[in-house]
Design a protein around this ligand. Structure first.
Ligand code: GCB
Length: 617
């Protein structure tokens, strides 16, 4: 009994211990760093694979003289020319080149399924001035990054979809500099996401790398928003020698608003003012954004921010105080085209989101299954689409591993700190289809708490699964996951009639219940179809007709769920997934898109577009 007693005790204590830890610190934040003065390091980089990771430490893990590290500054060509006895088994400066940012699957056909370490290197010219600070900022590197400047390590980062930066002041030289990044795409069961997902890995430096310059004291973090009680709030953090007691001024010129303040001893500034009456609130119909600056000494922090409130009352979601239905779709960060590479440019983001906004008459998008590029969240702000943003806590995660939890918390903090100023974001999601267990509940509740602590102006959710049982003749679906008390919005993925043998004609009779009075989102439903595949009998899976009928039946079911407040069917367009290998219908693609990878609309596209136009205009 002692063992059982101890086990019970651990269960009772575990969540409390977890809670006691503060939110994982992120430093530097470099909030809105994409808008700061920078040197864009996009372009040609040399690359070289290193499946055995020799280049990390050298031969036999760093025996001096026996091997070389790929990030050393040695001019290999010159060394071999000058000394005939010199032996190098790499030469980064003569390795092939690729255009970054981009996943390495663009470099060469053999790299599509390469998992492991790839070295990238380029040189660039810098002009650092005294009194300035420099940061290397990475939009995303999938999955681990080891960053070296002029042969010295400046830091490492884990997580394939969040933005991070390292300060390189002092290491950066006037004139030529060498940057080397070791990118390791290999993931184990304790990583996030774990190795098995339903999308392709896209290893590489997938988003922009920039060298950002700031004054010696600068605004590292700033968050400007409308509070639920109608005030404009600013929280800013100054970093540098002049941070303590530094003067700051917030300005929103179009509102005639200026607000002066002073940082405390830790460099923090917090202020609240009643929102000016002239404030036009942001909404999908009126996506009004304002230029906002915070001036602090020599630094001017800038962003474009909209003001709106999002809240939950009973089972309603309120946008600017009025009930809203989230009419949306889910999408992966894959641009349209026969060979998507995750090179999300503003044009690519605009094309994807315009299909949602104008094509589907949507007001909402689920950016699945990881934080998308800031290019995408900025475009959602501009076009007027509410956003569900999530971190890749996907399927079977090592929920009982404290290191995995630490990684997840850090990832969530990075996601939120990058995007707290993105008006479009309405919901932070902490997981997708995770099997219920005590460890999982504790893990995800910690994340939900962190999200609330980092951002009290948005809603927290997770894509859950729904229980089903027969009651008399009826199929009853009960949304009752132990995580729900930690969430503002309930969300479930349901694929009845696709993954289950249900007849589409039965879906309308399904009864949906929940013991909680909270809004529900159908975070996924969907069916596969190969664009152009037709079936007059409408009965066969992978035909456009079956997918269209599946949508009709599911939408009919959805309109009977009394507490349904939104949906993001799976998915806008077909996307690459190595687990989908039906030779006729899939060929390596998940075919649940309403459009093919190239943007050919399937019949179901119009079914959903018409539904949104009629029911949620
Ligand atoms: C899901 C997952 C999504 C998959 C989808 C599918 O539940 O959340 O990532 O791609 O189902 O197609 O099965």
């Amino acid at each position: 009994w002692m063992q059982r007693f101890l086990l019970a005790l651990t269960f009772m204590l575990a969540p409390a211990l977890v809670e006691a830890q503060p939110v994982a610190p992120v430093h530097p934040v470099l909030a809105s760093g994409d808008l700061r003065t920078n040197l864009d390091l996009s372009g040609q980089w040399h690359y070289s694979i290193d499946p055995y990771r020799d280049g990390m430490a050298g031969f036999h893990g760093g025996d001096p003289g026996l091997g070389h590290r790929r990030y050393d500054t040695t001019d290999v060509a010159a060394a071999m020319r000058d000394d005939p006895a010199a032996l190098y088994e790499y030469d980064m400066t003569r390795a092939p080149t690729a255009t970054l940012p981009s996943s390495w699957l663009t470099h060469d056909a053999t790299m599509r399924h390469y998992r492991g370490l790839v070295w990238y290197q380029r040189s660039f010219t810098a002009d650092p001035r005294p009194g300035e600070r420099q940061f290397l900022r990475f939009g995303a590197v999938n999955y681990r990054a080891h960053v070296y400047l002029n042969g010295k390590s400046v830091g490492a980062h884990e997580g394939g979809f969040t933005t991070f930066a390292f300060e390189v002041t002092g290491l950066l030289k006037p004139g030529a500099n060498q940057i080397t990044v070791g990118v390791d795409s290999d993931r184990s069961d304790t990583d996030l996401p774990p190795p098995v997902t339903d999308w392709e890995t896209y290893g590489g430096i997938t988003r922009a790398v920039t060298l950002v310059t700031t004054p010696a004291t600068y605004v590292d973090d700033a968050w400007v928003r409308l509070t639920r009680d109608g005030r404009i709030a600013v929280d800013a953090v100054l970093d540098g020698k002049g941070a303590a007691g530094g003067a700051l001024t917030l300005a929103i010129p179009a509102l005639g608003l200026t607000l002066d303040g002073k940082a405390d001893a830790a460099g923090h500034w917090t202020a609240r003012v009643p929102a000016p009456v002239a404030l036009e609130r942001w909404s999908p119909d009126t996506p009004r954004l304002y230029d906002v600056t915070i001036t602090a000494g020599a630094d001017v922090w800038k962003d474009r921010i909209g003001f709106r409130t999002i809240a939950v009352e009973g089972d309603q979601i309120l946008l600017n105080g009025k009930p809203v239905f989230l009419a949306g779709i889910a999408l992966h960060e894959e641009e349209f085209g026969a060979n998507p590479t995750r090179a999300i440019t503003p044009q690519a983001a605009r094309a994807l989101l315009t299909e949602v906004k104008q094509g589907l008459h949507g007001n909402y998008v689920r950016l699945a299954h990881y934080p998308h590029s800031e290019v995408m969240t900025r475009m959602a702000d501009e076009l007027g689409l509410l956003v569900w943003s999530e971190i890749p806590i996907y399927w079977r995660v090592a929920f009982d591993n404290p290191q995995t939890l630490a990684t997840a918390r850090h990832m969530l903090a990075e996601e939120i700190l990058r995007d707290r100023n993105r008006t479009a974001i309405a919901i932070w999601s902490v997981g997708n289809e995770t099997p219920v267990s005590a460890a999982r509940n504790a893990f995800l509740s910690t994340l939900a708490k962190d999200a609330h602590a980092l951002d009290d102006t948005r809603l927290v959710s997770a894509a859950l699964l729904v229980g089903r049982k027969q009651e008399g003749g009826a199929s009853v679906f009960t949304v009752d996951d132990p995580l729900i008390p930690a969430l503002d919005v309930m969300a479930v993925n349901a694929y009845n009639g696709w993954y289950t043998p249900d007849k589409l004609s039965d879906l309308a009779s399904f009864v949906w219940r929940s013991p909680y009075e909270k809004p529900l989102i159908l975070s996924e439903f969907g069916a596969g179809a190969l664009a152009g595949e037709h079936d007059a009998t409408r009965a066969h899976k992978f035909s456009e007709e079956f997918q269209a009928d599946y949508y009709r039946a599911t939408l009919d079911m959805a309109s009977r769920i009394p507490f349904l407040r939104g949906m993001s069917p799976w998915v806008l367009k077909d996307f690459r997934s190595p687990r989908r290998q039906h030779p006729v219908y899939q060929q390596g693609w998940n075919r649940k898109g309403l459009e093919s990878e190239t943007g050919a609309r399937k019949q179901a596209f119009d079914v959903l577009a018409d539904y949104y136009a009629q029911h949620h205009p």
